[in-house]
Design a protein around this ligand. Structure first.
Ligand SMILES: Nc1ncnc2c1ncn2[C@@H]1O[C@H](COP(=O)(O)OP(=O)(O)O)[C@@H](O)[C@H]1O
Ligand SMILES: Nc1ccn([C@H]2C[C@H](O)[C@@H](COP(=O)(O)OP(=O)(O)O)O2)c(=O)n1
Length: 263
């Protein structure tokens, strides 16, 4: 007796299969979930202990101080460093970054690890920075170079295979802000077109051939990161066209800060 099978067409699944494991494998939504990953790693990655020690010493803020907290986000070479340095001088602000300086020597070690461990490292970096934000924002306005949006957007874009169409739809749970992480007053996403980004990367001295081949390979990835940035909610980011001159970008951002944070 032979069995006969037939092939039938069916509707597309609601979620791309690569999306199913993002929560708590690529993106962590609480301090405890990220912390427990590094606790489990202590024996195989001795540097985990150093990260946990720094995390244990952090402040536990529930909210920021009375001054506004402005986060600057964007792809590499969109002008974050240039803008944050100018903002620091212009509004007399404290300048912080995530991951914080204290984690810089440990970063290369975790960048070589699989996503679960690497993402837990960056997630904990945000909690250390949150402690610094709480302290500084009781004294002055605070500017933060990358924070939660970067952690989530890069992780989601890496985890999701294929193109932008495979990203979870806007409103999906994967884009929600962790309940226990200090929320900034304003998040600005710097965007520039790919040609201008390429010029800026070149200006920064990257070898042109390598840089161009990387851009080619990473074209899809960069589109996914930018789209994921835009879908993260509460706080959502305000998009800033960062193509004009540094001074014009600064003026545009100062105006936004005045309107949205009364600064
Ligand atoms: N508005 C701008 N117009 C032209 N070049 C810029 C502008 N902002 C930054 N740059 C240049 O682009 C490069 C990348 O800027 P940088 O601030 O280091 O970006 P990021 O911190 O986002 O990686 C630097 O060489 C910088 O001088
Ligand atoms: N808060 C942060 C900051 C960076 N990351 C990750 C996301 C990307 O893999 C890299 C991007 O860092 P990159 O070295 O390009 O950043 P810079 O713009 O040079 O500061 O780090 C993160 O997950 N969370």
């Amino acid at each position: 007796m032979s069995t006969r099978y037939c092939v039938m067409s069916t509707g597309a699944p609601v979620l791309h299969p690569s999306v199913l494991n993002i929560m708590n494998n690529d993106v962590f939504y609480s301090f405890e979930d990220a912390y427990n990953v590094l606790v489990e790693c202590r024996d195989i990655i001795p540097e985990s202990k150093a990260v946990l020690d720094l995390v244990d010493q952090r402040m536990h803020p529930s909210e920021s101080g009375k001054f506004p907290v402005i986060v600057i986000e964007g792809l590499d070479a969109t002008g974050k460093t240039t803008l944050t340095e100018s903002l620091k001088k212009t509004v007399n602000a404290a300048l912080l970054k995530s991951p914080p300086q204290s984690l810089a020597p440990l970063r290369p070690r975790f960048d070589c690890e699989p996503p679960l461990i690497r993402r837990a490292f960056y997630a904990l970096g945000n909690y250390i920075t949150a402690g610094q934000i709480a302290r500084e924002s009781s004294k002055t306005p605070v500017i933060v170079d990358r924070y939660w949006h970067s952690t989530a957007a890069y992780a989601i874009a890496t985890a999701v295979g294929g193109g932008v169409g495979n990203l979870p739809a806007s409103g999906s749970e994967v884009y929600r802000w962790p309940e226990d992480l200090l929320r900034p007053s304003l998040v600005l996403l710097l965007t520039v077109n790919p040609e201008e980004r390429q010029r800026r990367l070149r200006g920064r001295g990257l070898d042109q051939t390598r840089e161009e081949s990387e851009l080619e390979v990473n074209h899809l990835f960069r589109k996914k990161v930018e789209e994921a940035y835009k879908r993260i909610e509460d706080p959502a980011c305000v998009i800033v066209d960062a193509s004009p001159t540094p001074d014009k970008v600064l003026q545009q951002v100062l105006l936004l800060m005045k309107n949205k944070c009364h600064l």
